[in-house]
Design a protein around this ligand. Sequence first.
Ligand SMILES: NC(=O)c1ccc[n+]([C@@H]2O[C@H](COP(=O)([O-])OP(=O)(O)OC[C@H]3O[C@@H](n4cnc5c(N)ncnc54)[C@H](OP(=O)(O)O)[C@@H]3O)[C@@H](O)[C@H]2O)c1
Length: 320
Amino acid sequence: MQAAVLHELGKPPRSEDFPEPSAGNEEAILQVRAASLKSVDQQLAAGTHFASPRELPVICGTDGVGSLPDGTRVFFGGPRRPYGAMAQRTVVPAAFCFPVPDALDDATAAALPNPGVSALLSLSQRAKLAKGEKVLILGATGVTGTLAVQIAKRLGAGRVIASGRNPQALEKLRGLGADSTIQLNQPDDDLRKAFSEEAGEDGFNVVIDYVWGRPTEVLLSAITRPEFAAVNSETRLVEVGESAGPTIALSAAVLRSTALTILGTAGIPSRDVLVAAINQVLDWAAKGALQIETETVPLAEIEKVWQRPESGRRRLVVIP
Ligand SMILES: NC(=O)c1ccc[n+]([C@@H]2O[C@H](COP(=O)([O-])OP(=O)(O)OC[C@H]3O[C@@H](n4cnc5c(N)ncnc54)[C@H](OP(=O)(O)O)[C@@H]3O)[C@@H](O)[C@H]2O)c1
């Protein structure tokens, strides 16, 4: 069968022939229909992810959409190495196959669960977003941030502020539920002012952070109180990504003057929570309540597209 085969960490995979998988106990063989190409797939292949493969060759791809032997179309995750999602066939735990609603096309169903579940769980499980709260999404113009804006609204956020660099993407987010937008690529003083104005007296209740680095430092300086004052509300900042930088300088003043809690996102949630989240995002998308932009590429072109710069908010989906 044809597959995206990785021979060396740090090099792109190549489309080539690979032996067929066979199923073990409680495993399923799938005819793959579509597999998304995400930054985690690139990090795994680059050797920079903690779960990067130690034995090669392997097939790339961590999840996708395929057909079970009885024809059921499912979203799947967790292919058993050396098998991966970017192949004509793969082998996965049978428990990691979730039926896909008929209304969803293969590319959408392959692309949505990873960023959609991440956004949903960041908001609901980590930030514990309550109805009516004010939410700031840092990096809202990305694939995951765009979903976070839509999901925050669906969960009942009172006000959602979307921030990012791309002005067209920011404008489009208004149509997807953002109540206002903040341009991230402006001088620090202007950005600080924009954050302060949106924070207002009561501050942000929830911040979902896909960028970290300088924009997060500017945000934290904007919410630092300049005087002794009663603190009426807390801010829960969930750190999810590091598109703008891997570290920040964290001043004591922001933690001493505000009720700020910084949360991480590590750890796989319990199976029940995960299953409910996957079904929820697939259901929302099937009803047209959640949108993700995709671009399909044939498996034969995997080497060429692997290092391609990000295509805005479109997620690449490999068709084997
Ligand atoms: N489960 C998880 O842990 C999980 C899941 C999903 C994502 N993530 C992480 O979250 C981050 C975003 O993921 P994604 O899929 O949304 O990626 P993406 O589509 O590439 O989006 C990247 C976002 O970061 C912004 N950005 C990039 N470089 C920037 C810079 N130098 N300064 C300010 N903003 C910058 C982009 O803004 P513009 O497009 O407007 O320029 C865009 O909003 C990544 O670090 C990813 O690894 C983690």
